[in-house]
Every structure is written in structure tokens, then in C-alpha cells.
Design a protein around this ligand. Structure first.
Ligand code: PA5
Length: 467
């Protein structure tokens, strides 16, 4: 048996954290038929070819193309700069952080088996300027990722790097570009066609935050030297479980159901994900987007206004024990917690034996930092449980391409099931679109004059300013 992921739900249950805050087995039994119906619906849609997300773990032809491209790129470039935002940038960052050594970009070249990865996922001019300073065009591949092919932040950053790129590389500049976008629609696809720029497809029907198993996540991952076949194998392991109607064998559905019940039956509307490994913090950030954009909706599927959605937060153990945990243990009873245990740390640090005449630090002698961090995780679990705060744990045997593939696929399916439980569409993001449209208007794009007029009207109100 390979390395696995397990979901420990013990501390979500009422006999552990109390009836007022915990979920009872009766709650689960009563709600399970609804989850089963959702699973049946998803399976039927998958069978009808309507859920390409479930086909991604088998996409070996795409993997071959990515690996071929990455192999050549590794011989030619030192850096890859990903220009994308939201779901188009967070997946690559999460995979790289989880699966390559810490401080990857700072390692000497001979200690890296892949490119340095920079993801300036904001229109902050100081950020892009800094990236351009450390990544000269001659040694850099620019990977532009946008599903719609028109997101303002991404297109602006792409255009901004074009000038220095063209100046430095003359007519060779297109060989330093690779696009990941919709197979047929959008500006980026059009540019790829007209300039003959190498491109990869985001399959139609796979949205940004669900695109980690497409080239969006896999190409940056392959470029930094991650075994992407193993990532997909992990996703496949979870896909095999995700339609299972036996709740004991379906972590994705159980995770969704417990979060949903805790929110709707026990008023836990904040869902904190807290890995005990710095490498996994970007996975928690990725989850935050997945949960927020998939479940935060004004309308339900019947088009009734419901203003639905739990608020996801990402925290890092043990760092946030000294920042957030006071609130978590003693503040309002409005949260659930998901610990992520990474299994054995891939590097260990011995504390040694020093100053043994100081009694209050003697307990650290001859221990390791890994042991301390696991103790901190278990101690926080204990403190939360004793304070009647429902919490669960995702336990990885180890952090590997397979277990990270399992984890991210499981959470994607959880978001789909949770969407069904809340009766909202987890695959759209009309609120994000509204902001995008307002940006076009403010930037003077033609066709958006009405929106600009609305914004101007709002601006013309008497401002209330405190100085
Ligand atoms: O999950 C989503 O759909 C969003 O977060 C998008 O990924 C984000 O808005 C970027 O969109 P695009 O890939 O079209 O540039």
C-alpha cells in the first residue's frame, strides 16, 4: 500500500466536544442521504462527460507533452515567472512549496533539479519590478496563465514584461513565452495563434480553482522538477473513493458534510485550515480560495437569494499559535479547525543538549524540532477540544507528490459536495466577474461606459473622511 491520507473526525463529534458544539451520529445519518444524492448526481454528470474535472487524473497524454516541454526548458532557462492570478497562480505555488525544498529559489543552481519559480500574482508594480530585476529575460521563461484570456492583472503583467523581453531578445522573444489558456476562446489564445507561441490548454469546463491537475498546476510543477505523474496518481486514488456511498470510505464527502453540518446546525461559519508544516501553508491558501469562491454565493440553484458561504481561513502551526490560537480557544464558538499533519518531516533538526543547568528548558534536550512541532500540533488539538471547539485532522503518511495529489483532489471534491449541500453552484464565480467588469470600466475599456457611470455616481456622494 502506498502513502495515504486519512481524515480523523473524532474531535468533530458531540461525544468528544459536547452536544452544543459537536456533530452527533444522528446528524450525520440524517444528512447522509442528501450527500449520497449529490454523489449520485456528480457520478452521473461524470458519466455523461459533463464533469471534465474527474477525467484529469487520467490525462497521461497531457503529462507527456508537459514533461517533454519541461525537460527542454530546464536545459534552456534558469527561471520561470508565472503571470496569473487566483486559481491560475495558486496551484503551482502550492505544489512547488509542498514538494520542493524550502527556500528553493535561494538554493545554489547545482542543488536544484528544476527552474527557480517566481509567481508575482498581483499588479503591485514593486513586486513585478523586483521579479524582473532578479530574472533577466535571457534566462527566463514567462508562463502566462489565464483561462478567460482577458483578466486585467494577468494581461497587464504580460504586456509589461513584453517590452523588456523584446528589447533583450529581439525576434527570439516568443521562445521565452508559454501560454496556458482556454483551448479556443480568449485574447491569449488569439495571440498564441497569431504569433505561434507554445501553449497548453485548460480544458473547457474546468474553472481556475479546480485546475491544479491541468497544465495550470502541472506545468509549473514539472518545470521545478516535481514528479507530476505521481501527483496525478494521488488524485486518481481519491477519485476512486470520491463516489463511494459508504461514508466510512469517502473522506471528501465526509469532510464536506461535517463542515456543512457544523456551519448550518452549530453556527460554525468560519473554517480554519492549519497545517503544521511551512511547506503546506500555500496549500491552505489554495484551499481558502477553493472554499470561498465555490461556496460564497448570493443565489442558490433555484435563484433565491441566500447569501451563503462559510468563511475559510488559513493559519500555520506553530507560528499562529502565538497569534491566532488565543482567539480560537477562548473567542466566539464560531469555528471549525482542520489540522494537517504532514507525517514525518523530510528534514530533521536536532536540538542537542545545552545549558542543562537551566531546569525550565531541560525538557528540550536531545529532542528534535520535528518532535516539538508534532507536540505543538497535538497540544493545540487538545486545547481546542477541551474548550469544546470541533476540529478534525487530515493526516498524511508523508508529504509526497502522491499524498499532495490526494489531498488537493479530495478538497476539490469536498467543495463540489459542499456546493450540493448548500444548494449553490460551486463552479461559478459571478462576484469575481463583477469586480473584473468594474475594473475594465475604471480602466476606460469601451463598452463598459454604463458601469463607469454607476461608479462615478457612487464617487460623487459626499465622502465621509476621518483624519
Ligand atoms: O477560480 C477562479 O475561477 C478564479 O480565481 C480565476 O482563476 C481567476 O479569477 C483568474 O481568472 P483567469 O484564469 O480567467 O485569468
Amino acid at each position: 500500500m502506498g502513502h495515504r491520507l486519512r481524515l480523523d473526525i473524532t474531535r468533530m463529534l458531540s461525544d468528544v466536544v459536547g452536544i452544543e458544539h459537536g456533530i452527533t451520529l444522528d446528524d450525520i445519518e440524517a444528512a447522509w442521504p442528501k450527500a449520497e444524492a449529490i454523489l449520485q448526481g456528480l457520478e452521473a454528470r461524470h458519466g455523461a462527460g459533463d464533469m471534465p474535472l474527474f477525467d484529469l487524473p487520467d490525462s497521461t497524454d497531457v503529462v507527456d507533452k508537459i514533461l517533454d516541454f519541461a525537460e527542454k526548458a530546464k536545459g534552456k532557462f534558469r527561471n520561470v515567472v508565472v503571470l496569473g492570478i487566483g486559481g491560475s497562480s495558486s496551484a503551482g505555488t502550492a505544489l512547488q512549496s509542498a514538494l520542493k525544498p524550502q527556500l528553493w529559489n535561494q538554493l545554489p543552481d547545482e542543488k536544484r533539479d528544476g527552474l527557480r519559480l517566481f509567481v508575482p500574482d498581483n499588479s503591485d508594480p514593486e513586486l513585478l519590478h523586483a521579479v524582473m530585476e532578479v530574472c533577466p529575460p535571457e534566462e527566463t521563461l514567462y508562463c502566462v496563465i489565464t483561462k478567460s484570456g482577458r483578466t486585467a492583472e494577468t494581461m497587464a503583467s504580460f504586456f509589461a514584461v513584453l517590452t523588456p523581453l523584446k528589447e533583450a531578445l529581439k525576434d527570439q522573444y516568443t521562445s521565452h513565452l508559454v501560454f496556458i489558456t482556454d483551448p479556443s476562446k480568449g485574447n491569449l489564445r488569439q495571440i498564441a495563434r497569431s504569433e505561434g507561441i507554445r501553449s497548453f490548454n485548460i480544458p473547457a469546463g474546468v474553472g481556475g480553482r479546480f485546475s491544479v491537475f491541468t497544465p495550470v498546476g502541472l506545468l509549473p510543477a514539472a518545470l521545478v522538477g516535481i514528479d507530476i505523474s505521481q501527483v496525478l496518481e494521488g488524485a486518481l486514488l481519491q477519485r476512486e473513493k470520491c463516489f463511494n456511498r459508504d461514508l466510512q470510505a469517502n473522506p471528501a464527502a465526509v469532510y464536506a458534510l461535517l463542515q456543512y453540518l457544523a456551519h448550518t446546525e452549530r453556527e460554525k461559519h468560519i473554517h480554519v485550515m492549519m497545517p503544521y508544516a511551512n511547506a503546506l501553508k500555500p496549500v491552505a491558501d489554495w484551499f481558502k480560495q477553493l472554499w470561498a469562491e465555490s461556496l460564497g454565493k448570493k443565489f442558490n440553484m433555484k435563484h433565491e437569494a441566500v447569501f451563503c458561504g462559510p468563511t475559510p481561513l488559513a493559519a500555520l502551526g506553530a507560528t499562529d499559535q502565538h497569534s491566532q490560537v488565543q482567539l480560537y480557544v477562548e473567542g466566539p464558538h464560531d469555528k471549525t479547525f482542520t489540522f494537517i499533519f504532514p507525517g514525518e518531516y523530510r528534514k530533521e533538526v536536532k536540538i542537542g543538549r545545552h545549558y542543562h543547568d537551566i531546569e525550565t528548558t531541560e525538557y528540550l534536550a536531545d529532542k528534535t524540532l520535528g518532535r516539538l512541532l508534532v507536540a505543538e500540533a497535538e497540544a493545540t488539538q487538545h486545547a481546542l477540544t477541551a474548550a469544546h471547539r470541533p476540529n478534525m485532522a487530515i493526516k498524511l503518511d508523508e508529504v509526497s507528490p502522491s499524498t499532495i495529489g490526494q489531498l488537493m483532489f479530495m478538497l476539490e471534491v469536498s467543495a463540489l459536495v459542499a456546493g450540493g449541500l448548500y444548494e449553490v453552484n460551486p463552479l461559478d464565480q459571478p462576484g469575481v466577474e463583477a469586480g473584473k467588469v468594474a475594473t475594465y470600466a475604471l480602466m476606460g475599456r469601451s463598452g463598459y461606459e454604463d458601469i463607469l457611470a454607476e461608479i462615478e455616481k457612487e464617487r460623487s456622494r459626499n465622502p465621509v473622511i476621518i483624519e
